[in-house]
Design a binder for this molecule. Structure first.
Ligand code: PEP
Ligand code: MG
Length: 755
């Protein structure tokens, strides 16, 4: 009988030779099952592969009837083999006929066999098939034999992940791994992409399965573990000032797993069994994953992602497969697929090739989503389990409007999307025709449609969309992309170019709004429990006056004598706004002293995004030139829901009565003090939400560039006054408590408004 140090190793050696032989796929597979049967002294060895239609097809056998190969199939959950596949667990039983799930397929002739050992064939959390040995006598397989089978299954899984066996599957079907998949998630931006998957954390392709020299493999593992632990410690010591508590929690669990003796011991045991270090990591990960998946505890399941990330890191270190896809040339129409990602990481990619992004964990108002939109990407979030079912290079279709991901689409789906894409380019052409038309409602109310920017690349959309200008230029993006603090001259250059592209159209530069999840890696500070409410934005800027001064100096210079509009973020108290104004004034005075050109006019506005300021608008408004509502933060703080956490971010409707009343209060106060008001949060980008804003009297909306066309079309088809009247009643709760959203939908439908 084989054991860990004997039989399995011999088997692995033989497998290695077989893998190297120039054989046709079926021959190779037949030889593999023969070898396993011989090595295990089994009468039968069979290999079942999960097909896209959910059937387990017998791919090879030694001992069962050969005519059953590619003809016999089992459903998931059918018989013991089906049970192994549906539950991803090993079943080892001395007499299979006593098992409650026992059933047999007569054409295979398997009713003669009693002893049964079956193991799942898993890769990256995916069930790919089942490997079985059987014997005529009643006997139990020992633990080492089970271990040997699991090791062999890991190798078969890796082989399946290459396309080696694709052609063997019964005509008309696909192996499950290549199956078309659809994920219904949440669209963050409109549009359609037909592109190619680029995994943000690339999956390692293992080509070397069997160890030549166990000691050498152990040494490789030790070295990789050491370097991985150092890199995790490094991540900790680079505790960027805005490291989120969620990010820190992930790092903590990385560290915990990296030092976990049980985990490392199991990898060592697998190497001892004859595997290369990388296959050993994969093998232990499969096991751990299967165990953890059976846990109902959400916390443990979440930690599983962390362990997956860590195992993947270790695999990359072992195989020397680059750090991430960013290092490589991206394909055209690249669609980045990631579990989660910070906005700065997205900005590291070659933007000319990016077309879309799919995230398992992100909410529409998270900054990565905002950056994705400003890059003009089609973005989809909440798309679990995209990462585990995608492979680099897979074809992928994103339908941003519906929030749907089609992975490895079949020809029919693809042709539908080719048509849709054509239609959407026709729509774009239609929007382009509206470019020079003012956005005026049917009853004569002009709405200023502006665009949000932050990069020169998205500034160029101004000409295409016909936006009146830039209502929010997020200056922090330059800081997030850079590897060091942008110098005065670098800032001057960016702002000057932005002003040049704006070409006399208005542009509102928001002063530095870093912090929260807008991590600036080269600036360090303390770890915060609650970064969104921590040392961020204006608080940080006022505490680091050098930073603020430099930025204001750069903006004054870039204005080159023309008008300058500056927006102060996260004003919590009027005093903070006044302090900022003092810094601006001092810089202007300095310039005058030096005899330099100063802007012909400077307007300084405040962002309304912290609830507290709503209750002192009477104090703030007389001091400002304009205000702009940041609904992303304002709604986050009003509802106490983290905008970056998809589990809660959409829990409360942003235009439901209490939020809309808060917004209406701002509108009324702005009117009272005759202060221009803009909405620059994401609410302005979404047609129904934008309609709500107009219905409460807002006439200036700044949004992602791709929303300008659709919102303009909506404005042009709208009669606003009747809706305003309805909304006045709704705000007083006089409309039999119909939700605001429903009221708007009813209005849109009854009036045939383009949404
Ligand atoms: C907002 O909070 O709505 C806003 C516009 O700013 P940011 O999304 O950059 O925080
Ligand atoms: Mg904000």
């Amino acid at each position: 009988m084989p054991n860990k140090t004997g039989g399995t190793r011999i088997l692995l050696k033989q497998l290695r030779e077989t893998l190297a032989e120039p054989l046709a796929s079926q021959q190779r597979l037949d030889k593999i099952v023969d070898l396993i049967a011989k090595n295990m002294a089994a009468d039968v060895c069979s290999f079942y592969v999960l097909r896209g239609d959910g059937a387990l097809e017998l791919f090879a056998t030694c001992g069962l009837e050969h005519s059953a190969v590619h003809n016999t199939t089992l459903r998931l959950g059918e018989g013991i083999v089906g049970l192994i596949a549906s539950e991803a667990k090993t079943i080892n039983i001395a007499d299979a006929s006593t098992h409650p799930s026992y059933s047999y397929k007569p054409e295979t002739g398997e009713d003669r066999f009693h002893a049964f050992l079956g193991v799942p064939v898993l890769r990256a959390g995916q069930m790919l098939g089942v490997l079985v040995v059987q014997n005529t006598q009643i006997r139990a397989y020992n633990e080492d034999e089970a271990e040997g089978m699991q090791i062999t299954a890991t190798i078969l899984a890796e082989m399946l992940s290459t396309s080696e066996f694709d052609a063997l599957v019964k005509p008309g079907s696909d192996i499950d791994l290549r199956r078309s998949r659809t994920i219904r998630a949440v669209g963050f931006s409109d549009g359609i992409v037909i592109g190619q998957v680029v995994l943000h954390d690339p999956r390692v392709v293992i080509t070397n399965f069997v160890a030549d020299d166990i000691d050498e493999e152990m040494a490789r593992l030790d070295k990789a573990l050491r370097s991985m632990r150092v890199s995790i410690d490094d991540m900790f010591s680079h505790t960027d000032m805005q490291i989120s508590s969620q990010h820190r929690e992930i790092l903590e669990s990385y560290r915990m797993f990296a030092h976990d003796r049980g985990w490392v011991r199991r990898i060592r045991e697998a190497i001892q069994g004859g595997l290369t270090a990388e296959v050993a990591v994969e093998r232990v990960q499969n096991d751990t994953r299967a165990r953890m998946m059976r846990q109902s505890d959400v916390y443990i399941r979440d930690r599983l992602h962390d362990l997956d990330d860590l195992a993947n890191r270790l695999l990359r270190t072992l195989t020397g497969n680059g750090d991430s896809a960013k290092a490589f040339d991206l394909p055209d129409n690249a669609v980045i697929v990631a579990r989660t990602m910070g906005p700065a990481e997205l900005l590291e990619y070659d933007r000319s090739k990016l077309a879309g992004i799919v995230l398992e964990e992100a909410a529409a108002t998270s900054h990565v989503a905002i950056v994705a939109r400003s890059l003009g990407l089609v973005a989809i979030g909440g798309a679990s389990p995209a990462v585990s079912i995608c492979e680099d290079g897979d074809e992928i279709i994103l339908d941003g409007k519906l929030g749907i991901v089609h992975l490895r689409p079949n020809a029919d789906v693809k042709s539908v999307y080719i048509d849709k894409q054509k239609l959407s380019s026709e729509r774009l052409a239609q929007y382009a025709k509206l470019r020079n038309k003012a956005a005026i409602t049917k009853d004569g109310v002009e709405i200023d449609l502006l665009q949000n920017s932050g990069l020169l690349s998205d500034m160029r959309a101004l000409d295409e969309t016909g936006a009146k200008g830039v209502g929010l230029f997020r200056t922090e993006l330059q800081f997030m992309i850079a590897s060091k603090l942008p110098s005065l001259n670098e800032q001057i250059e960016l702002y000057s170019k932005a002003i040049e592209i704006a070409d006399k159209r208005q542009i509102t530069f928001r002063l530095l709004d870093i912090g929260g999840d807008k991590v600036v890696p080269y600036m360090r500070s303390m770890v915060e429990e609650n970064p969104a409410m921590g040392w961020r934005s204006l608080r940080l800027a006022l505490d680091r006056p050098g930073l603020l001064r430099t930025q204001i100096r750069a903006l004054l210079k870039a204005a080159n004598g023309s008008e300058l509009k500056l927006l102060v973020p996260m004003v919590t108290e009027t005093e903070e706004f006044c302090l900022t104004k003092e810094v601006v004034n001092k810089e202007v005075e300095r310039k005058e002293r030096l005899g330099e050109k100063i802007p012909s006019k400077i307007e300084l506005g405040a962002m309304i995004e912290v609830p507290s300021i709503l209750f002192e608008l009477d104090i703030l408004l007389p001091k400002v030139d304009f205000i702009s509502i940041g609904s992303n933060d304002l709604v986050q703080f009003l509802t106490a829901t983290d905008r970056a956490n998809p589990q809660v971010a959409n829990k409360y409707d942003a235009i439901a009565l209490p939020r809309l009343r808060a917004l209406k209060h701002i509108v009324d106060e702005a009117k009272k003090y005759n202060i221009p008001l803009t909405m620059c949060g994401e609410l302005a980008s979404r047609p129904l939400e934008a309609l709500a804003l107009m219905a409460i009297g807002m006439t200036s909306l700044s949004m992602g560039s791709s929303s300008v066309g659709p919102i303009k079309e909506m404005v042009l088809s709208l009669e606003l006054d009747p809706l305003k009247k309805i909304m006045r009643k709704a705000l007083k709760n006089k409309l039999s408590q119909t939700p605001v959203r429903q009221i708007l939908k009813n209005y849109v439908q009854s009036r045939n408004i383009s949404i």
